[in-house]
Design a protein around this ligand. Structure first.
Ligand SMILES: Nc1nc2c(ncn2[C@@H]2O[C@H](COP(=O)(O)OP(=O)(O)OP(=O)(O)O)[C@@H](O)[C@H]2O)c(=O)[nH]1
Ligand SMILES: [Mg+2]
Length: 628
């Protein structure tokens, strides 16, 4: 794993937020710096350092670092190493922090305070933020702040990071010059001088006994919910029903808003087309921009619905439970439940998924997870799937009101998951030698998802999508329009002009390679820009077909064009291609960064392309043979 450090803010003393996973570091970081970093209710959300800027009440500018959670200063996984390296001043390109804010979950003092003692021993100036103070109060835990500060020998501030309570008080404390003195100058209460985890355990135990806080805080409601959610029979059923419902909703709920966007695109295309005089500008705007970019834009509602559910699951605390439920199944292919969250994150995009694999301590498991993450269905595939399903699967209700298109989409996700598991199983045959691993994972208390967090999460998705649409998708669409429009066809040429263009020639050349799996030259063209970002294939098809059309109906929706132009075997073959093919250069670049070399991205690209070609070949010929 190689770390690249970009300093957003060059000046100012460095303050690091350190604490156990899921204690609210990022929520506090967001409060202190006004950032919007991802906060969610499971351990291992933050896996890299994030920098922000805070101006103290006296006007000093400080650099604040949000770090991955750590249980101790003996890192057991790559994400913990990031934190420990920063604390020891070993992180490349980063100085040692001048001050550490130890964030402590007030409902798990026993575990959290051990890390405070270890950090203090490093000799770095230190302040404790006693976070989740609201939850502690709710559970009737009364903490004497002065006594705790005396025991720890450092200032303690009560915070409720999600509500912003205590953030100002913390800023005030940070502003005091005394705080920045080296901790070794202060009294070293309770902590063993050498790094002895058992000594810390004992020190914390007796400290809590003196403070009258030695009872474990019960989480009755969560325990009751877990009796159903983690039940050996009901648990997996609930999980399956939940996932199935999500994919149904993606199609059923999105129908109306998609209809609006589609009508708006057609209206805009016709309107602008009528306004502009015939010529290349009209073609660029109508066939290139509106048909191409509008073709991708229409899928925004589906992406948002999918993310709404993922965010709800992340925020509620359900995800680590699902990891537990799936631990046995994952074990049969040589992985552990730990791989579940990285793989689930890959539903959004393989890049954060591959990064999240840093939370996996076993290096082999981590590598296998990285290698199979691209098989999980990322949201960039959704437009491609939705386009093909919309064109070839009739919109019908099956028994029980199940939406047939939603069912097919669910099937594609399952196909991705199954192939990932199959690849993991194959890799296991080469690498594991009878290792038995047990899953140790923190189960956070459930809480209601906060509307603000969900709204921020969705808003960020909208922005990511718009940036992609307005950036890479728009750029590639314009380039493709040029390649597909020039050179102009010779006088008196038969057929559409695009067939004589650069793109047409390229497509026809590539079609030789792709003909055995049923792709025509239009698809072959679309696959090339689709390598940079999967959805570009959709906008590219929009442009290619708009340019291939003769007559005035150029800005027509893509769906009817391909449903009449392609055979079912071709559509199925393309769907299968998208299940497997590594059509995303950024994913390969991330694999390179996380594995520290070119070998793994090359292996991943080769095996995925081979798998894609073989699977599409079989699908195409089988369906042709069956006479579909
Ligand atoms: N009730 C309550 N919930 C909080 C508080 N602070 C954070 N949370 C919630 O706790 C969960 C974890 O918050 P994060 O900020 O992601 O925690 P983190 O320490 O950054 O976690 P990692 O990055 O995984 O180490 C989220 O669901 C937050 O909404 C708090 O003071 N009170
Ligand atoms: Mg975090």
């Amino acid at each position: 794993m190689t770390e690249a450090v970009v300093h957003v803010f060059k000046r100012g003393p460095l303050v690091a937020l350190v604490g156990n996973p899921n204690c609210g570091k990022t929520a506090l970081f967001n409060r202190l710096t006004g950032s919007n970093q991802k906060v969610a209710n499971y351990a291992g959300v933050t896996v890299e350092r994030k920098e922000g800027r805070m101006v103290s009440p006296s006007g000093k500018t400080l650099r604040i670092l949000d770090l991955p959670g750590a249980y101790s200063l003996h890192p057991r996984s790559p994400d913990e190493s990031v934190t420990v390296n920063v604390l020891y001043g070993r992180a490349a390109g980063e100085k040692r922090p001048d001050l550490v804010v130890c964030v402590v979950d007030a409902t798990h003092l026993r575990r959290n305070l051990r890390l405070v003692l270890a950090v203090k021993r490093l000799g770095l100036p230190c302040v404790v933020a006693l976070n989740m103070a609201d939850l502690a109060e709710k559970h009737g835990v009364k903490i004497d702040m002065d006594a705790l500060a005396r025991e720890l020998g450092v200032p303690v501030v009560k915070t409720v990071a999600i509500a912003g309570d205590g953030a100002e008080a913390l800023k005030q404390v940070i502003d005091q010059p005394d705080i920045w003195k080296h901790a070794s100058d202060l009294q070293n209460n309770g902590a063993a001088p050498e790094a002895d985890p058992r000594g810390d355990h004992e020190a914390v135990r007796s400290m809590l006994a003196r403070l009258g806080l030695d009872e474990v805080v019960p989480h009755h409601t969560s325990d009751q919910i877990d009796r159903v959610v983690l039940h050996p029979v009901f648990g997996p059923i609930l999980l399956a029903v939940l996932l199935f419902f999500v994919f149904q909703a993606v199609f059923s709920w999105a129908e109306t808003p998609m209809g609006w966007i589609e009508s708006a695109t057609t209206w805009l295309g016709n309107g602008v087309g009528a306004l502009l005089p015939d010529g290349w500008i009209k073609s660029l705007v109508v066939d290139g921009l509106i048909a191409g970019v509008g073709g991708v834009f229409v899928f925004l509602p589906q992406i948002l619905i999918l993310f709404f559910f993922i965010l709800m699951l992340e925020e509620s605390g359900y995800l680590p439970r699902a990891a537990f439920l799936l631990d046995r199944i994952m074990g049969s292919v040589g992985l552990s439940g730990r791989s579940f969250i990285p793989l689930l994150s890959s539903f959004a995009c393989a890049i954060p998924g591959i990064m999240a694999a840093r939370t996996i301590n076993n290096p082999r498991d981590r590598l296998v997870t990285i290698m199979i993450a691209p098989l999980m269905t990322c949201s960039a595939r959704l437009p491609v799937y939705a386009l093909l399903i919309g064109a070839f699967v009739p919109q019908r209700e099956l028994w029980g009101g199940i939406n047939q298109q939603g069912l097919v989409l669910f099937g594609l996700y399952i196909a991705g998951i199954f192939s990932a598991m199959a690849v993991a199983w194959v890799l296991k045959q080469f690498t594991t030698k009878g290792q038995v691993r047990s899953l140790m994972m923190e189960l956070p208390a459930y809480h209601w998802p906060r509307a603000r967090n969900i709204a921020i999460g969705l808003w960020q998705r909208v922005m990511i999508f718009l940036r992609r649409v307005g950036g890479i998708i728009l750029g590639l669409t314009i380039i493709l329009w040029f390649l597909a429009s020039f050179p102009a066809p010779p006088l008196g040429a038969a057929g559409a002009a695009i067939e004589y263009s650069f793109a047409g020639m390229l497509g026809k050349g590539l079609a030789v390679l792709f003909a055995p799996i049923g792709f025509n030259w239009q698809i072959s063209i679309a696959l090339v820009p689709g390598l940079a970002a999967r959805e570009v294939a959709v906008s590219a098809l929009g442009t290619v077909y708009a340019l291939s059309a003769t007559g005035d109906d150029t800005a027509q929706a893509l769906t009817p064009l391909i449903s009449h132009g392609w055979t079912l075997p071709t559509a199925l073959s393309l769907l299968v291609w998208y299940v497997f093919a590594p059509m995303c250069l950024s994913t390969l670049a991330t694999i390179k960064r996380e594995t520290g070399g070119y070998k793994m991205p090359l292996v991943a690209a080769s095996y995925l392309f081979a798998l894609a070609y073989t699977a599409s070949f079989i699908t195409y010929h089988l369906t042709v043979w069956l006479g579909w």
